[in-house]
Write a protein of this length. Structure first.
Length: 253
């Protein structure tokens, strides 16, 4: 195991507290971990993130021939799943502001020989996409990283067609006290050390991860935020006892 000390947490806290600097930090951090990101996801979640992502896509209700958008698409796991659902007559757009995460995503899209996905560079707080374009918008483990959450959610509403669905997969708060204790220990002590050793985590991304999860609104609060922003029929599913939550909301007709 690598050497980790408390200073690493202090560094992350300062970065997190500085608002605008968070955006630059998040961008550089994902560029730094991009090559190892998929591998680390599979190791740290013991492969469970694939099940969570499959459910996210299923709950959009997206159909062949439709258009879907995946914001904070990263290495395009969710975009690739969506592409399978919309088929050759549909279209998937993925947006991210880490060029290195997108580069890995593009390799995966090419390997899968998919020509119904566009991966584009952009900030999800100010999407350069037309109004009412998509039947579904997804985001996986991205919304927690966005500095101006309200701007990103407004943009999702703007680009959704009336009646379109938003599916938001994010780390959340475990519902059982025992699991929460075990998870706290794992995420605060083991995960950052594994990040140092396995991902050469020079930007302390695996310290930022548990910190950002704890600062993000819990399941109920996030549901209320989505309702206040204008989504209807909002509900959520606790996944793996609430370690992650999938929120679903619809744009009013
Ligand atoms: C944890 S990764 C998630 C990647 C992918 N969705 C997944 O589920 O594996 C978060 C992604 O959000 C992106 N991101 C964070 N804030 C963003 C913003 N404001 N605009 C665009 N991308 C952003 C990061 O660059 C990173 O690729």
């Amino acid at each position: 195991m690598g050497q980790v000390d408390f200073d690493d947490y202090v560094i992350v806290k300062e970065l997190f507290d500085t608002g605008e600097d968070k955006r630059a930090y998040v961008q550089s951090m994902f560029n730094a971990v991009a090559k190892r990101y998929d591998f680390m996801n599979s190791v740290l979640s013991v492969g469970i993130h694939h099940l969570w992502k499959r459910l996210t896509v299923a709950k959009t209700g997206i159909k062949p021939g439709q258009k879907a958008l995946d914001i904070c698409t990263g290495t395009a796991d969710i975009a690739i799943r969506l592409a399978g659902k919309v088929g050759p007559s549909g279209k998937v757009t993925g947006v991210d502001f880490s060029k290195d995460m997108l580069a890995i995503g593009k390799q995966k899209v090419n390997q899968a020989r998919l020509d119904n996905i566009d991966l584009i560079f952009g900030n999800v707080e100010t999407l350069e996409l037309p109004d009412e374009e998509f039947e579904a918008v997804t985001v996986g483990f991205g919304i927690r990283n966005v500095v101006r959450l309200n701007c990103a959610i407004s943009e999702v509403l703007r680009v959704l067609k009336p009646g379109g669905r938003f599916a938001c997969l994010e780390f959340s708060q475990p519902t059982s006290a025992v699991i929460r204790k075990l998870y706290d220990y794992y995420s605060l002590n083991i995960m950052p050390r594994m990040g140092k050793v396995l991902a050469n985590d020079s930007m302390n991304g695996y310290f930022y991860l548990p910190k950002s999860i704890r600062l993000f609104p819990d399941q109920e609060k996030f549901k209320k935020i989505l309702e206040e922003m204008g989504f209807v029929k909002v509900k959520y599913y606790n996944l793996t006892t609430g370690i992650a939550a999938l929120h679903i909301g619809a744009k009013p007709n």
